[in-house]
Design a protein around this ligand. Structure first.
Ligand code: BG6
Ligand code: MG
Length: 213
């Protein structure tokens, strides 16, 4: 193992609650049904695809222009909520685990579909943890396409086969596997059983043993 690429939302930072509150605010305004179980289906899904899932759930069909306006509105709510994000939103053990992998000589990448990823890592003061950052701004194909992780590996100068990917979404695990990387499924989501390694907390992995894989 020469590098580890981390997804952001749900893997390094618990932003799920912030995404939920932003979608909920939009849904309430529009009179749409939206709850936490539907929110679970949005993990790792792009902004526009997330909106489509909510619209489909409500049996609503809208022109593209309206969808773009509504997705932008949700993002404004999300960015407002992010103003108050602090270290308490960091996933337990994530930062010490990443630091320990660095001490083992691994390069560290960030591979997040979010177009807000840079803002989040800047606000939390963790941008310097990452040797390479690839976000929703850089990609043309969403997970489960491996593009985001392959770009990350290339930026790190490491072969995909020497990379591990940490992901909390089934689409992200699929992307890592499609890219020929070691997939680590993290967190409570279902659908991560195809990953090479399946953990619910960082305390389940010893960084030295993992780096020696
Ligand atoms: C993913 C999140 O990381 O990013 C999704 O898990 C989110 O919930 C997606 O929809 C896109 O994020 P953003 O910040 O660009 O709307
Ligand atoms: Mg995620």
């Amino acid at each position: 193992m020469k590098a580890a690429i981390f997804d952001l939302d749900g893997v390094v930072v618990y932003t799920d609650a912030y995404h939920y509150r932003a979608w909920k605010q939009l849904a309430d305004e529009q009179g749409w049904a939206f709850d936490e179980s539907l929110n679970d289906n949005l993990r790792g899904v792009s902004r526009m695809a997330s909106l489509q899932i909510i619209l489909d759930h409500n049996g609503i069909d809208l022109p593209e222009k309206d969808k773009e306006r509504l997705a932008t509105e949700k993002n404004e709510y999300y960015k407002t909520l992010l103003q108050s994000i602090d270290e308490s939103a960091l996933v337990d053990g994530a930062v010490p685990f990443i630091r320990a992998l660095k001490e083992q000589g691994l390069l560290i990448g960030l591979g997040s579909s979010s177009r807000n990823a840079q803002m989040v890592i800047d606000k939390l003061g963790i941008a310097t943890l990452f040797d390479a950052v690839v976000t929703g701004h850089d990609i043309s194909r969403s997970k489960p396409d491996p593009q985001i992780f392959l770009m990350g590996a290339e930026k790190l100068g490491v072969a995909p086969a020497d990379c591990a990917v940490f992901e909390d979404a089934a689409s992200g695990v699929e992307a890592a596997l499609a890219g020929g990387m070691t997939a680590v499924g993290f967190g409570p989501s279902e659908g991560l059983d195809g990953a090479h390694v399946r953990i619910r907390a960082y305390s389940e992995l010893d960084p030295a043993t993992f780096a020696a894989r």
